[in-house]
Design a protein around this ligand. Structure first.
Ligand code: IVH
Length: 698
């Protein structure tokens, strides 16, 4: 036990191995081999299955320990297949493999100032230069991708694989809108290898998990896993793929004749040819400036809409890069300076079960409150029952909780060493925690559902809340607390009851003032004019979120057409998928639901939102072929909706502000993007003005 404690302790493992006697050599050799095996297993879970079991910090620590031991006890080891010598992962099952034109190396990394300064000093000493310029970039937390262009046409897209050969994901990549299938501009090389990161925006992950519109019907625990899952889909879901973004940070084969000999200039050139690059790339030379860049990025990290796990510092001159060269694993001219993710320990004190709007039951762990990155965390979602099994979680367990760039906290692992005898097994309920109806497992045994239908007040409250949300009818002021009171007092049993609410009834509720009551009544009246896609989404039908509602509304144009559809017609709709088509078809063919829809359509004015408009009008709209960034919380639209509108007008929504941005549309509490747009003097459009402008074109 003592030995285990020493080996697991970050500080003492060096001391331990330095002072140990020779007769322990066999033990050490076995220990190293076991450690290699353990790391290989974690790498397999991470790269090949996209479902890591340990945190990045823990992985880095294990690799560091292995490096140290292998160096110190070289003479004990023979074979050279250690994870410290490997680049990347072994390979994704089921994709064709191809060799990269030039190997895809990895990056060395540091976690603290003194290690960074060592790297910085060594570069200057090796190069014998007084002033070396570095290109400092964000280290986006996604998956590396290699794109091969021949005569400007994308012919191959590959994951990194083992660094020598990667998996061919060309078909999937072709539908990602930020990756051009054809480069534009002058001097396009005959052959070009472009490298960058595939990633997903944080709010797209939340939406994707919320609507479970991904083909795998899987909840993704973070943006990296989600990006990896979508990129590897066998049955391509074009709509879901639109959630993937690409940012170019480098190149493999890049012809010399372009006469560009700085990394920064080459990236700029790639950008001119149509590849997206980061607007944060900065050329710096002093270690002080680089440290300031690191600190600045670290402090604004939580405001970014995508996850980053550090910065990357690269010698900018290609000539100097060549002088420094590479090891077989990583270049000597680059270094990742990683952020230390906030991880904390806490105790699981109980499990509660929440009923969602579709009736799905989600287990949530109640924990002793902890404070991570500015927020107090008391509850952590466990997604589904398999997660409990996977973690081998018990009530009373001490767990590691992480809240990295992701806003959502997550239980990473159970600290088994701290497990006491008083832990309690988590017993899955058989009855709904709210209405006591029987629970039913779905066909894939991943989710448990309440069978109480809308008689379950837990489900009803969530469904009504969704109906009023931005994805639905966008009724202001009707938050969860008010809806909960309305349901508990039996004032509302169904959607259409909202339209019978009056001033007296609303103002009789707790914590609601006169002004709020008036605002709610006004907002309910305004919501009566609704477009078909919003109406459909508001119904909260399983697997029919706002993207699919849009596709369906665009196809059917009227509620009547939709109600008369066949399953075959729904299945054939591009971007819907079989299971979602069945879910919608079943819903609209249940008499009870038909009555709800009929009653609602009597209270509401449902119009088609997809009126065809001609090409001239299309081109006259100010967003035609423009690059637009959105910042802040919008009042009238969800992010997906505004993206949908802009793309209907043939504009492009970009994730971040750069010099090339044409407009920034700003809602409430805009963040860093807005500040940046001010610096770059980008034209600002307030949400209310955006609304006015688009009215003429939709
Ligand atoms: S440069 C030879 N730059 O980080 C240099 N990598 O941990 C290769 N990454 O495999 C990489 N942002 O997938 C570079 N600005 C950036 C990056 C970046 C994210 C990823 C990349 C790489 C991994 C290494």
């Amino acid at each position: 036990m003592l030995l285990k404690v020493i080996l697991c302790n970050k500080v003492s493992f060096k001391w331990f191995f330095d002072s140990i006697n020779w007769y322990c050599m066999i033990f050490i050799k076995n220990y190293i081999l076991k450690l290699q095996e353990k790391i290989r297993y974690y790498e397999y879970l991470y790269h090949s299955l996209g479902s890591p079991e340990i945190s990045d910090n823990r992985y880095d620590f294990l690799i560091k320990k292995l490096h140290y031991l292998e160096n110190k006890y070289k003479h004990l080891l023979t074979a050279n297949s250690s994870p410290t010598q490997m680049i990347g992962s072994p390979g994704i099952i089921g994709f064709k493999k191809h060799k990269h034109i030039t190997p895809m190396l990895s990056l060395n990394h540091v976690f603290n100032y003194s290690d960074f300064l060592n790297f910085y000093k060594n570069i200057k000493i090796s190069l014998k230069e007084k002033k070396v310029f570095f290109c400092c970039e964000l280290k986006i937390d996604g998956l590396a991708l290699n794109l091969v262009y021949r005569k400007g046409i994308l012919i191959q897209a590959m994951t990194r694989g083992d660094g020598i050969a990667g998996e061919d994901v060309t078909d999937n990549v072709r539908v990602i809108s930020s990756i051009p299938n054809k480069l534009n501009g002058i001097n396009i090389p005959k052959k070009l290898e472009v490298r960058g990161e595939i990633f997903m925006l944080k709010n797209d992950l939340m939406r994707l998990n919320g609507s479970v519109m991904n083909n795998c019907k899987k909840i993704f625990s973070n943006t990296r896993n989600a990006a990896s899952g979508l990129l590897r889909q066998k049955n391509l879901n074009n709509v879901a793929m639109q959630n993937l973004m690409f940012c170019c940070y480098g190149y493999g084969y890049y012809p010399r004749y372009t006469n560009l000999f700085s990394h920064y200039d080459r990236l700029k050139q790639l950008n001119l040819w149509g590849l997206p690059i980061s607007g944060y790339n900065s050329i710096l030379h002093s270690s002080y400036d680089i440290l300031c860049f690191y600190k600045k990025i670290n402090s604004m990290r939580q405001f970014l809409n995508f996850n980053i796990d550090g910065i990357v510092i690269k010698v900018n001159s290609i000539i100097l890069q060549n002088k420094l060269g590479c090891t077989n694993k990583a270049p000597r001219w680059a270094m990742a300076f990683k952020f230390v993710d906030q991880e904390k320990l806490s105790k699981v004190i109980g499990i509660m079960y929440c009923v969602g709007r579709t009736g799905a039951i989600t287990p949530v762990a109640k924990i002793n409150p902890i404070f991570i990155s500015g927020v107090t965390i008391k509850k952590v979602s466990l997604y589904n029952f398999n997660e409990i099994k996977k973690l081998d979680l018990h009530i009373g367990d001490i767990v590691t909780i992480k809240r990295s760039g992701d806003v959502i906290p997550k239980i990473i692992s159970v600290v088994k060493d701290y497990r006491s005898k008083n832990i309690k097994k988590i017993v899955f309920p058989h009855l709904c925690p709210v209405c006591k109806s029987i629970l039913k497992l779905n066909t894939k045994y991943t989710k448990v559902y309440c069978t109480g239908g809308l008689k379950c007040k837990g489900r009803l409250k969530k469904l009504l809340y969704y109906f009023c949300s931005k994805n639905g009818l966008n009724i202001h002021g009707l938050g969860y607390k008010i809806i909960s009171q309305l349901v508990d007092r039996n004032y509302i049993k169904n959607f259409f009851d909202f339209f019978n609410l009056d001033f007296d009834l609303l103002s009789s509720l707790e914590d609601i003032g006169k002004k709020t009551t008036i605002n709610i009544i006004n907002s309910i009246n305004q919501s009566k004019n609704v477009i078909l896609s919003k109406f459909l989404c508001a119904l909260g039908i399983k697997e029919i979120g706002s993207i699919k509602s849009n596709i369906i509304a665009k196809h059917f144009l009227s509620l009547e057409n939709l109600m008369n559809t066949t399953l075959q017609e729904l299945v054939l709709l591009k971007g819907i998928g079989f299971s979602s088509a069945c879910s919608l078809f079943d819903f609209i063919n249940i008499k009870y639901n038909q009555d709800i829809i009929f009653n609602l359509s009597n209270s509401l004015n449902i119009s088609s939102n997809h009126v065809q408009y001609n090409n001239t009008v299309k081109k006259l709209n100010p967003f035609f072929k423009k690059k637009i960034v959105i910042s802040g919380t919008l009042n009238k639209f969800s992010r997906i909706e505004i993206k949908g509108i802009i793309s209907q007008l043939e504009g492009r929504v970009m994730s971040d502000v750069s010099k090339n941005t044409d407009y920034i549309v700003v809602g409430k509490n805009p963040g860093y993007k807005f500040v940046k747009s001010k610096i770059l003097k980008i034209k600002v459009i307030l949400e209310q003005d955006f609304l006015k402008i688009i009215q003429d074109f939709l």
